[in-house]
Design a protein around this ligand. Sequence first.
Ligand SMILES: *[C@@H]1O[C@H](CO)[C@@H](O)[C@H](O)[C@H]1NC(C)=O
Ligand SMILES: *[C@@H]1O[C@H](CO)[C@@H](O)[C@H](O)[C@H]1NC(C)=O
Length: 488
Amino acid sequence: MESAAMSQIGLAGLAVMGQNLALNIAEKGFPISVYNRTTSKVDETLDRAHREGQLPLFGQYTPKDFVLSIKKPRSIIILVKAGAPVDQTIAALSAYMEPGDTIIDGGNEWYENTERRMVDASASGLLYLGMGVSGGEDGARHGPSLMPGGAHRAYLNIHHILEKVAAQVDDGPCVTYIGEGGSGNFVKMVHNGIEYGDMQLISEAYDVLKNAGGLGNEELAEIFGEWNRGELESFLIEITSDIFRVEDEETGNGHLVDKILDKTGMKGTGKWTVQQAAELSIAAPTIAASLDSRYMSGLKEEREEAAEIFKKEGLKEEINNVSAVDKKRLIDDVRQALYASKICSYAQGMNLLRAKSMEKGWGLNLGELARIWKGGCIIRAVFLDRIKQAYQRNPGLANLLVDPEFAREMVQRQAAWRRVVGLAIQKGISVPGMSASLQYFDTYRRGRLPANLVQAQRDYFGAHTYERIDRPGSYHTEWSKLARKARV
Ligand SMILES: *[C@@H]1O[C@H](CO)[C@@H](O)[C@H](O)[C@H]1NC(C)=O
Ligand SMILES: *[C@@H]1O[C@H](CO)[C@@H](O)[C@H](O)[C@H]1NC(C)=O
C-alpha cells in the first residue's frame, strides 16, 4: 500500500517492542509508517499487520520515504537500543525532518542523554520527547504504561494517540504528561528500580516459604494465586503463580523453575536508580538491596565454593528443617511481610522522584505517576490506587509510610513482618530486601537514633562540631581532655 503523506505518526526500530507498539497504534485506528534499516524487519511487521487484521500500517525502506510519508507536524517514535543507536537513528531521520516535527525516544535512555539530544534537536527547530514505555512486549501490543516527558507542545500533538494506545484503567488511560526535560526517562528509570525491589521481595517470600516452610511448587502456585486475589494483587504476583505451575519440557521431569540457573541479568536502570538515590541523599535501601542481590547472584561459582568451605568448617544448613514451623501461620506472616516491605520500597522510589523533581523543577505529580502505573506496566498493582489516593489527600506527604492509611497498615503488619525476618535470620536464609525495608521502617519511625554518638565521634576526631537537643548553636568539645580528666 503506497500513500502520500497520510500516516499520522511514524515508528523506527522494529525489534519486538517497536513492532508491537506500531501494531497497537495501527489497531487503534491511527495510520502509521514504520521503518527499520534491516528491511526484513519492515516486511515482518507488514506481514503481522496484515495477519492481525489489515491494520493501517505502511512500511518504508529509506529514511527519506519514511519521514515524507508522515503528516506534518511529524511525530516519530524511535525504539532502538539506548545510547549510540539512538544518535544514529536521529541523524538518519532528522535530515528529512522539518521545524515543528518531533522525535520521541521510547527506549530506556539515561535522562541526561535525552536532555542533550533535546538541545541538539532544538537547534534545527525539532521538538523532542523522552518517553518511558513499560509493559514488555504484551504491554506494547495491547496497552503499555507511557511516561512521556519533554516538549509540552510535542505531547499535545500526539496525546490523543497515546491516550488510545496506553492501557486503560478505571480512572483513565495510563499516560500523562510527566514534565520537562528528561523527566519521562527518569520516571521510567525509578519505575524499573521499584520493579527490581518488587521482584527481589517476591523471590525472598518464595525462599522463606520453600526453605523454612517446606512448600512445594504446587503449593506455591496456589498461595501466590490466592495472594493475587487480595491486597497483593498485581502482575508480578500473578505471573509468579503461573511460573510455579510450568513443568520442565526439556527433561519431562519436575518444574522448570527448579532448573533455572540462579544468576540474574540486568540492563542498568536499577543501578542508575541507586546511583541517583545516593546523589540526591535519598535512602533507598530496599532498591539497593535488590541491586546487590543481583550482583551476588552473579557469583555463582564463588557461592558454590563458599558453601563447601563453610560446610567443611561445620556450618549446619538449617534450611529444610520445617519441624518447628507452623506452615499456615508462616504463609500468612510472609504475605504481610511482603506487603509491608513493598510499601517501604515504593516510599523510597517516590521520595527519589520528589527529590529529583525539586532539583530539576519538573513539578512531578506523584499521585498521577502512581495512577499511570496502575495498568500496562510491570509493577501494575491494585495498591497503586491507594498510593495515588495518599498523594491526592496530601501532595506534600513527607513519606508514604506516614499517610494515615498506610501507617495503620504498617502497624497492623509489623509483628508478622518481624517474625518472618527473624525466622529467616535464624535459619540463615538471606532476606536482604525484606530486612532492608524493615530497617528503613524502624529507622524512619524512631524519634531518637544513635546518631548522637556518631556526631560525638566526628567532633572528637575531626572537630566537625555538633548541635545540642536543649539549646541552639553549634558546639565543639575537647573530648580527649575531658575524658582524661574523668578517668582520674
Ligand atoms: C533495525 O533492526 C536491527 C535488527 O533488529 C536493529 O539492530 C536496528 O537498531 C533497527 N533500527 C533501525 C532504526 O534501523
Ligand atoms: C530443627 O529445628 C528444631 C527447632 O528449631 C531444632 O530443635 C532441631 O535441632 C533442628 N534439627 C536439625 C536437624 O537441625
